[in-house]
Design a protein around this ligand. Structure first.
Ligand code: WT7
Length: 692
């Protein structure tokens, strides 16, 4: 590899930055890892505590050979995260009239905004609604909603009363939603009638109903489902009679749109089960605007967010109140170099961790103004993103490599149609960014003016762990550069030895930072085995990593049976278990395969039962099955008929070999453990050459 180009921070960015030099970063970093209690103690002091935490803030055990794994920050401290991100901004910081969110709908003419004071009122109202429905501290609430302000309202209302939210991305299937409701024993589901993704109508309530039916079949009948009228919002909020607070500022499509537009929006009746379903707006009507927060211990659970696990069953990643609060706030401030006056836009869905940490909690803790975008990057046209950037004068923009690669395909012209002159800092997250996409982002989107922060982190880490700081770190395209404050990375070899200097191996972390996950919901043992067993004393990320001669970290991708499709983790096991549910399929193996836009995609091998035929119909059925079981993101790009699969003598499928076959790479490496080599040639000659 030739030496990559280095991009030092522009002097004008450094001059105004919180961390203006690499030297300053190094000083703060040293202190953060040498004296974590003092470092985070000062940060914690800038939040509101009913009962301030006492020293030492941190107690933990990372070594499974010495006993139970645990991490505690500020235990005994009493606070409320919703109070910190809303009430304090309104009451102490005078930000009540400041816009918290500009909401930009799927259709460009659909837009509204909400201030901090208005958001606080709505959250209090909805928190009272939840209390009225019997929700108490510690109860789990499933939220399955599109990208609307009420999604933020619902999550903060949970946080306010100490209920644990479990948000399920609205692209997941009924089966996936059901599985998550059951795993966390949720008592209430909050959803919406539906939404548009581009010109596709998603009847969310229909899917939610299907999930509830499945739950009931599994002896878990959910008693309450709160439904937001989003598609039919105009009937409720724009008829002049509503007492919605704040009044809806959204232009009413009933009045403005031509017939064709109206038709596009017309939607079927929302299915209704009167003994379970409750309209959001009915419940809100009489709810009080004041709601005393539930005062929580710093180590009380804040939320559960499911992420794929290599066994196929998703893991409920648990984050707690205090550590998550101070870490997301601090990373947001330094990584995006946030200043009052910035307009920040993170394109992630709130259903993923990025939307939790960097669309909701992190920005709100800083009193920031964000754009909350419901739509798609290239709908209704390929300039939508750049148009939104100009519309709101976005200064900090955070998106995923897959989106950048998608937009790159259309060339520079759609970007250049808009000035983007407000942009100051660009960010990426979700997967390694290829240098070509990095350079396009830098040169074309940022006009060579804006530093790029390539932020490496995971659902489990809660916030950024490896990342440049825009005023301090010289970037190298494709490298997530250096650890954030409090984070101590190491690279291990297979034997668990720490490698020094230039090296490649397993990426691990040596000590906890405040937002590290605390447990897998309901299964602490799984937490211990997944992250702490392979190398005792370390948190194991599951990612491979290289360190270059200058100490920069480069993520090389997953080294477990996981793959990253468009920045979203999937496990090969969950896809395989969906495929084998088909009556024609005897065995299945799914592997990751390079994809020009998604980064990685699924290439599946299926062995059929005797007498079953491999044809187009079967392929379509299999794709549909995966979509229904997991969701559209998991739809395989390739399905190959495999008369047999390469296995070790003990019967373990050698996915490493299958990955090579999919790529037509005949350099198979060591295959001495392969039980039967005859199948290999057949698999190579039957390769799928084009996407199905
Ligand atoms: C996995 C975590 C963190 C929010 C989105 C994904 C990959 C994430 C980067 C990056 C290289 C990255 C890793 C990680 N990943 N960001 N900047 N460079 N790889 O959250 O679903 O928990 O996935 O995404 O493989 O382990 P997630």
């Amino acid at each position: 590899m030739s030496a990559p180009e280095v991009f030092p921070p522009p002097p004008e960015v450094s001059a105004a930055a919180h961390i203006p030099s690499f030297k300053k970063y190094q000083e703060m970093y040293e202190r953060s890892v040498q004296e974590p209690n003092a470092f985070w103690g000062e940060i914690a002091n800038s939040f509101y505590w009913r009962v301030p935490p006492s020293q030492p803030l941190l107690r933990y055990n990372f070594d499974i050979t010495k006993g139970k794994i645990f991490v505690e920050w500020m235990k005994g401290g009493v606070t409320n995260i919703c109070y910190n991100v809303l009430d304090r901004n309104v009451q102490e910081k005078n930000l009540g009239d400041k816009v918290a969110f500009y909401w930009e709908g799927n259709e460009p003419e659909d837009a509204t905004s909400i201030t901090y004071a208005e958001l606080l009122k709505k959250v209090c109202q909805f928190a009272n609604v939840l209390r009225d429905q019997g929700v108490k501290k510690g109860d789990r609430i499933s939220i399955y909603m599109p990208m609307v302000i009420e999604l933020v309202v619902a999550m903060l209302a949970c946080a306010r009363i100490g209920a644990i939210h479990s948000i399920v991305f609205a692209g997941f299937s009924a089966e996936s939603l059901c599985e998550r409701i059951l795993d966390s024993h949720c008592s209430v589901l909050i959803t919406a009638d539906g939404f548009f993704r581009g010109d596709k109508l998603i009847n969310l309530k229909v899917i939610a109903d299907e999930a509830l039916k499945k739950c009931a079949e599994k002896n878990y009948p959910l008693k309450k489902c709160i439904v937001l009228k989003h598609l039919g919002r105009d009937d409720v909020f724009c008829d002049g009679t509503s007492n919605a607070s704040p009044p809806c500022k959204r232009p009413c499509p009933n009045m403005q749109e031509n017939k064709q537009e109206k038709q596009k929006r017309s939607h079927p009746q929302t299915p209704w089960n009167p003994s379970v379903d409750l309209w959001w707006h009915d419940l809100m009507k009489n709810a009080s605007l004041e709601c005393e927060p539930e005062w929580c211990d710093a180590e009380d659970q804040l939320f559960i967010l499911y992420t794929s696990g290599s066994t196929g069953k998703p893991k409920g990643v648990v984050h707690t109140v205090g550590g998550y609060m101070i870490f997301t706030a601090t990373t947001f401030k330094y990584v995006f170099d946030y200043h009052q006056g910035d307009i920040y836009w993170c394109t992630a869905d709130i259903g993923w961790i990025t939307g939790h940490s960097y669309l909701t909690y992190g920005p709100l803790a800083n009193g920031a103004t964000s754009v909350l975008f419901e739509g798609l990057p290239i709908y209704p046209d390929i300039s939508r993103m750049w148009q939104i950037i100009d519309k709101y004068s976005v200064s900090k923009f955070y998106t995923a490599p897959t989106a950048i690669r998608l937009l790159m395909k259309f060339g520079e012209e759609p970007v250049k149609r808009y000035s983007r002159k407000s942009l100051k800092i660009l960010g990426t997250v979700g997967e390694p960014i290829n240098p070509e996409a990095w350079l396009w982002y830098y040169n074309v989107v940022g006009d060579q003016r804006c530093p790029i922060v390539d932020t490496f982190w995971q659902t489990e880490t809660g916030g950024h762990v490896l990342t440049p700081l825009p005023g301090a770190t010289a970037a190298k395209p494709g490298s997530a550069t250096f650890p954030f404050f409090g984070v101590v990375p190491a690279i291990l070899d297979e034997a668990g030895e720490e490698l020094e200097g230039e090296a490649e191996g397993y990426l691990v972390f040596k000590q906890p930072w405040p937002a590290l996950m605390r447990t897998v919901y309901g299964n602490h043992e799984r937490f211990e085995t997944t992250y702490f067993k392979k190398f005792p004393g370390y948190y194991v990320t599951g990612d491979g990593c290289k360190r270059d001669k200058d100490g920069y970290y480069w993520i090389t991708g997953r080294i477990d049976d996981m793959l990253n499709v468009s920045g979203h983790l999937l496990s090969t096991a969950e896809v395989e278990s969906a495929l084998v549910e088909h009556s024609s399929v005897a065995e299945a193996a799914a592997v990751s395969h390079p994809h020009p836009v998604k980064g990685e995609c699924l290439y599946c091998f299926v062995t059929l039962r005797d007498g079953h035929e491999f044809n187009k119909t079967l392929i379509d059925q299999l794709k549909k099955l995966v979509r229904e079981k997991i969701g559209p993101i998991a739809t395989p790009d390739y399905i190959q008929n495999a008369p047999g699969l390469p296995k070790t003598r003990s019967g373990k499928i050698m996915r490493r070999v299958l990955r090579k076959i999919a790529k037509d790479d005949h350099d198979l490496g060591d295959i001495s453990t392969l039980a039967d080599t005859t199948v290999i040639q057949q698999l190579f000659s039957d390769r799928c050459k084009t996407v199905l």
